[in-house]
Design a protein around this ligand. Structure first.
Ligand code: UDX
Length: 502
């Protein structure tokens, strides 16, 4: 990103219209503006556009506020609630509208269809229509058909009105799935591992290659369906990694072992990699659960055996119940207990609580008769709106210590850095009973236990390992430095790799 104060860059390439300014569209529009492109950001929500024009971001995303303030008055960056004018202004049109999940798991594509319809009626010159919303394979073909149908209407109207501007208007459809992670969307945009573009013509390929050239990253060109499938496959694979490690975490608990070290041990294998191997309360958010459902649905509709994916989902659905089991194990009776909940967002770095495991945990605690005192650094407002306070039962607090006040247990549900540096002694003094149940393996087990807490986490049976390590020291008379490896490793949560002779 460019530094504050410097003038935004200028790039004379095609104008871009970003249609839909949600978690994908808004970062995309701002980041493209940052690369020097002329960008029109459009959303039919007039209140959202007005807020953006005032410089207010509709959701939290690190670095986004800064970009908005930088480009709000940039004449090459415009915001509008008039979708049709944005379509007419742009040459490359990014479809970034929502594709929410319907009851049967299939995505609701009505917003995509509506845009295709609008684009068809507003073709005033060549357009490259790029799907960025996550859509099932073959959506690109439907977009093409829909634009063509409505384009015919537009052409007929032009002939009738004796206007000619649309006669030569051609268009291409491309698929450019986004891999941006919430909480690091701006960083991901400028430093992607890869960009995937499904194209059908050389013209579309050239436009997209030009667009992404400044990022200096691998750009993979495929056909339309393949690009759509890459997105589904990526999210399904990430979900599979998480459910896999969660299953192994349960085995660690059953037989004794430390899941963080298992993850470190397999993650060092370049074929596997360490990321997305953090055990815990399961994956949530707007994308992974919804995209898994849609992928399962796509397979089932096409008579493909997707039992592997269904199992990944089933493991994930069981995580909250398992976590609640741990809370029960710590507290015995939940009725009448006060429980501090740290973390509401579905992951750190965002204020998004859609499909967050934390909300399911809170609902179950309330059902079991406990009172909840919750705190999150960013997601309080969203949580309050979705799950309003209940006098004497559910209270939102201004800080972690306030949430801990009088609590019989403290639950860690989001991996915010802020929770890693809590003043443990202060928290212990405030609590009625010093118990921590860590759904994210965020805390250092030795440290919290030293601070006087009873500590339960996910798949890290550290004391058992420590005992074993000590026993081995005595029997084999090996240097303590080597034998304390497992303990130090577990404490830091990072692999400690020593040469063999150490
Ligand atoms: C995901 C994809 O990663 C991204 O490429 C795509 O564009 C959109 O969907 P996001 O929804 O932002 O991104 O969340 P992600 O970072 O993938 O995390 C999803 C969930 O998995 C979170 O609840 C997170 O806490 C959980 N998770 C992640 C784990 O439980 N363990 C891990 O090791 C990693």
């Amino acid at each position: 990103m460019r530094s504050k104060g410097t003038e935004p860059k200028k790039h004379d390439g095609a104008t871009i219209a970003v249609l839909g300014l949600g978690h994908v569209g808004l970062p995309t529009a701002l980041c493209l503006a940052e690369t020097g492109r002329r960008v029109v950001g459009a959303d039919s929500d007039a209140a959202k556009i007005a807020a953006l024009q005032r410089g207010e971001c509709p959701f939290y995303e690190p670095g986004m506020q800064e970009l908005l303030l930088r480009h709000r008055n940039n004449p090459r960056f415009q915001l509008t609630d008039d979708i049709e004018s944005a379509i007419r202004a742009g040459t490359i049109l990014f479809i970034c509208v929502g594709t929410p999940q319907r009851e049967n798991g299939a995505p609701d594509l009505s917003q995509v269809e509506f845009l295709a319809h609008c684009i068809g009626r507003n073709l005033n010159g060549y357009k490259l229509i790029v799907e960025k919303s996550t859509v099932p394979a073959i959506t690109g073909q439907w977009v093409k058909k829909t634009v063509s149908r409505h384009r015919r209407h537009a052409l007929a109207a032009e002939i009738k009105n004796r206007t000619t501007y649309g006669k030569a208007a051609g268009f291409d459809v491309a698929s450019n799935p986004e891999f941006l992670q919430e909480g690091r969307a701006i960083k991901d945009f400028f430093h992607p591992d890869r960009v995937v573009c499904g194209v059908e013509t050389v013209r579309a390929q050239r436009l997209l290659a030009d667009l992404y050239r400044p990022l200096n990253c691998p750009v993979l060109f495929t056909d339309l369906n393949t690009a759509e499938l890459i997105k589904h496959t990526a999210n399904a694979f990430l979900a599979t990694k998480i459910s896999f490690i969660n299953m192994v975490s349960d085995i660690c608990e059953a037989v004794g072992g430390d899941i963080s070290q298992v993850a470190a041990g397999i993650g060092l294998d370049a074929r596997i990699g360490r990321s997305f191997l953090n055990a815990g309360i399961g994956y949530g958010g707007y994308c992974l659960p919804k995209d898994m459902r849609a992928f399962i649905n796509l397979g089932e509709e096409n008579q493909v055996d997707v039992s592997l994916l269904r199992e990944v989902e089933a493991v994930n659905n069981g995580r909250v119940r398992r976590f609640i089991g741990k809370v029960r194990q710590a507290l015995w009776v939940m009725q009448g207990k006060t429980i501090a909940v740290l973390g509401l967002a579905f992951k750190a770095g965002t204020d998004d609580i859609r499909d967050a495991a934390s909300l399911r945990v809170i609902r179950m605690l309330l059902e079991e008769g406990a009172a909840v005192q919750a705190y999150d650094p960013k997601a309080m407002e969203n949580a309050r709106r979705t799950m309003p306070e209940i006098a004497g039962r559910l209270k939102y607090c201004a800080s972690a210590p306030e949430a801990a006040q009088g609590a019989h247990a403290l639950l860690v549900l989001t991996e915010w850095d802020e929770f890693k540096t809590l003043d443990l002694r202060q928290i212990r003094e405030l609590m009625e009973v010093p118990v921590i149940v860590d759904g994210r393996n965020l805390c250092n087990p030795a440290e919290v236990r030293r601070a006087g807490f009873e500590y339960l986490c996910m798949g890290r049976t550290t004391p058992h390992i420590e005992r074993r390590a000590r026993r081995t020291t005595l029997s084999h008379k090996q240097p303590a430095r080597v034998l304390s490896m497992p303990r130090r490793d577990a404490d830091k949560g990072t692999p400690l790799v020593l040469p063999l002779e150490a």
